[in-house]
Write a protein that binds this ligand. Structure first.
Ligand SMILES: [Zn+2]
Length: 495
């Protein structure tokens, strides 16, 4: 009796079943490197560099074990290649993650705990889950021993979340752009359009020497691309300011009026004149501000209703105009609203807010829709600021922050028919459902590599997308499904 050769699909499915533990433990291990990018202090930045170095070293060992080649480029991107052929299919990925936030339920955000059938931790979906799924998918294909007509190149950047994309741009420019790219930092089944992306910093200067209430400090938000779930203010309430009872009374009124708010006020200092106000909201991805509750907006609204001109006319005008313009999450108040049948409306997220007593810095993470540009968003914000009421020596300006600014991306589906077909067939084979073409409000490396489509890692119908949220996790079953999906799709493109 002779064995009939297994079909590719069967071989890949069996490989995944046989390597189940290795696949789970691989992701759990990668989550344990705390590769949080965008640190504000020297210590945070050093910790990030160290974690990236250690994670890369570990990945190089894993890749080597499956017979892949690795190299690090001068600006830090890690390249992992499987198979040998002149033509190449690219898979851009990122190793950095956003800060974890507070209140994780299962272990620490960097424990990689496997519990309740899920792998928990920051990066489980965005983007370490995808990275390990693709790495194991390539391992599965190589293990079949078939002849490859193309190779696979994983291009792994380290500053995706902060818009510092020079490392992957270098990979594109020096290594050549792959024939086709699959970007697993998006959504399932298939993503063929993305909104644009830009961070605009609004700066204000205002000195209020004689105001009865001195706003000493405002702080909210870790990163522009996250809806902040915490905002804090410190004020000194002097003679002529509202009494402690007035403030607590306002808090009582404010509570029932704004049921979803949670604002706390504490007092300290001699005569209890120092007031600490803290607002709690709900964290969400900056590209979907409607899904979160922006703590900074709640706090601004509370401060303006409670202290008003007591903070000085300039400070009050600044905070109330900022609050009211950012309150419109689609940019209408800034004059940069747009809508599109395919991509949906533009969005604005007040991501970070800092005030030190005289200087304000507020970063708006803006996602232009089709027909709009990143430059248009900047011009819109600048022109709106000139229309703001500017009493009490208030001075305003707006500038781009960082280097990453991207216009919306719409894929040419005819040009990319080959990769769309490969991913669609893989999708049908693994899930048994018809793949829909989606669009997304996020931004990915698809904007760096021409001829890219978005493929995974989350499928709304099976697991929630928890990018940038507390308790980010991926069901073990979904992670194993993803290894098969990437193996089936890449197999069709390289065998
Ligand atoms: Zn990502």
């Amino acid at each position: 009796m002779t064995d009939t050769p297994k079909s590719l699909g069967d071989s890949l499915r069996d490989w995944v079943a046989e390597h189940r533990e290795t696949i789970i433990q691989g992701l759990s291990r990668l989550i344990q490197f705390p590769t949080v990018s965008g640190g504000e202090t020297e210590e945070e930045r050093r910790g990030f560099e160290r974690s990236i170095g250690e994670a890369q070293l570990w990945l190089m060992g894993e890749a080597d074990r499956w017979g892949m080649r690795t190299r690090r480029l001068p600006l830090g991107a890690l390249i992992i290649e499987g198979g040998e052929a002149s033509e190449c299919i690219g898979v851009p990925l990122h190793l950095d993650v956003v800060p974890p936030g507070e209140g994780w339920r299962h272990g620490s955000p960097f424990s990689g705990t496997v519990e309740e059938g899920q792998i928990w931790g920051r990066g489980a979906q965005d983007n370490k889950g995808s990275l390990m799924a693709v790495l194991h998918a390539v391992a599965a294909i190589l293990t079949t021993g078939r002849t490859l007509r193309r190779q696979v190149r994983l291009i792994i950047g380290n500053g995706e979340e902060t818009g510092e994309w020079e490392d992957v741009v270098q990979a594109r420019d020096t290594e050549g752009s792959p024939t086709l790219c699959i970007v697993p930092d998006s959504s399932f089944p298939l993503v063929i359009a993305e909104k644009g992306w830009t961070n605009i910093e609004v700066r204000a200067h205002c000195e209020e020497s004689s105001a009865p209430v001195r706003l000493e400090r405002l702080w909210s938000g870790d990163r522009p691309n996250i809806v902040p779930d915490l905002a804090e203010a410190e004020l000194i309430v002097g003679e002529g300011g509202p009494s402690r009872d007035d403030v607590m009374g306002m808090l009582a009124v404010f509570g029932p009026e704004h049921e979803e708010h949670s604002i706390e006020v504490r007092w300290s200092g001699p005569g209890s004149e120092r007031c600490h106000a803290v607002a709690h909201g709900k964290r969400a991805h900056g590209s979907s501000p409607h899904r979160g509750r922006n703590a900074a907006l709640d706090l601004l609204s509370f401060l303006c209703s409670t202290f008003g001109d007591g903070m000085g006319e300039g400070v009050h005008a600044l905070l109330s105009q900022l609050e009211s313009d950012c309150h419109d999450l689609n940019g209408g108040a800034w004059g940069i609203w747009g809508d599109d049948e395919l991509l949906g409306p533009s969005t604005v997220n007040l991501g970070t807010l800092r005030w030190d007593g005289t200087e304000l810095r507020a970063v708006l993470n803006i996602r232009p829709t089709r027909g709009q540009t990143a430059e248009g968003a900047l011009q819109g914000v600048r022109s709106r600021l000139t229309a703001w009421h500017q009493p009490g020596g208030l001075r305003l300006s707006a500038d781009r922050m960082g280097k990453g600014h991207h216009d919306p991306l719409i894929v040419d589906t005819e040009d990319l028919a080959e990769s769309i077909t490969a991913c669609s067939e893989a999708w049908r084979a693994v899930t048994g459902t018809e793949p829909k073409h989606l669009t997304m409000s996020g931004t990915t490396y698809a904007k760096v590599f021409p001829r890219s489509i978005g493929f995974g890692p989350c499928w709304d119908e099976e697991e929630p997308g928890l990018f940038h949220q507390v308790d980010e996790r991926i069901p073990v079953a979904s992670h194993l499904r993803n290894v098969r999906l990437y193996a089936e799709a890449l197999g069709r493109l390289i065998l």
